[in-house]
Design a protein around this ligand. Structure first.
Ligand code: SME
Length: 149
């Protein structure tokens, strides 16, 4: 599916779901529609940690609470910038969740420049994410801001 269509579908899904189901329904959509997205999760900032919220993938992660500043997730939260990691095993910050993961993208969800959460996607394919994924997921992050609490 192309990114423009996906964005429109996500807006449609959001309009049809109860507020409490929006985050999970968007996670499910991303997981189901993009073959490269092997694990999709949303972390929510609580004090100095990222707490795992809705997720979808074959396995649960042990990293359900990540201190801000730790791992790729914690770096994105600390810097407020999207992290695209083409080879997780070459990145010293990487906190390993699944042996199958080869690449990762983490996109902060920001409310007036403050990071309140993030979208984290692992791929079983190396170098699975590019600028187009980043731009697309940053738009989705902007849409999700009002559903993070
Ligand atoms: N790999 C992440 C941890 C979260 S799991 O990918 C679900 C990191 O380095 O922060």
């Amino acid at each position: 599916m192309d990114y423009k269509t996906a964005e429109e579908k996500i807006k449609e899904i959001i309009s049809k779901n109860k507020e409490s189901k929006v985050l999970q329904s968007v996670v499910d959509f991303l997981y189901e529609e993009f073959d490269n997205y092997s694990w999709v999760g949303i972390y929510i900032v609580k004090e100095n940690d990222l707490i795992l919220g809705p997720w979808r993938g074959e396995q649960a992660t042990e990293h359900v609470r990540i201190p801000i500043g730790k791992g790729i997730c914690g770096s994105a939260a600390m810097n407020g910038k999207t992290e695209v990691v083409p080879d997780v095993n070459a990145d010293k910050r990487y906190l390993s969740c699944f042996v199958s993961t080869k690449s990762e993208i983490v996109v902060p969800i920001k409310k007036s420049r403050r990071v309140i959460g993030e979208i984290d996607i692992d791929s079983n394919i190396s170098n699975a994410f590019d600028k187009k994924d980043a731009v697309f997921l940053e738009k989705i992050a902007d849409i999700l801001v009002r559903y993070i609490c």
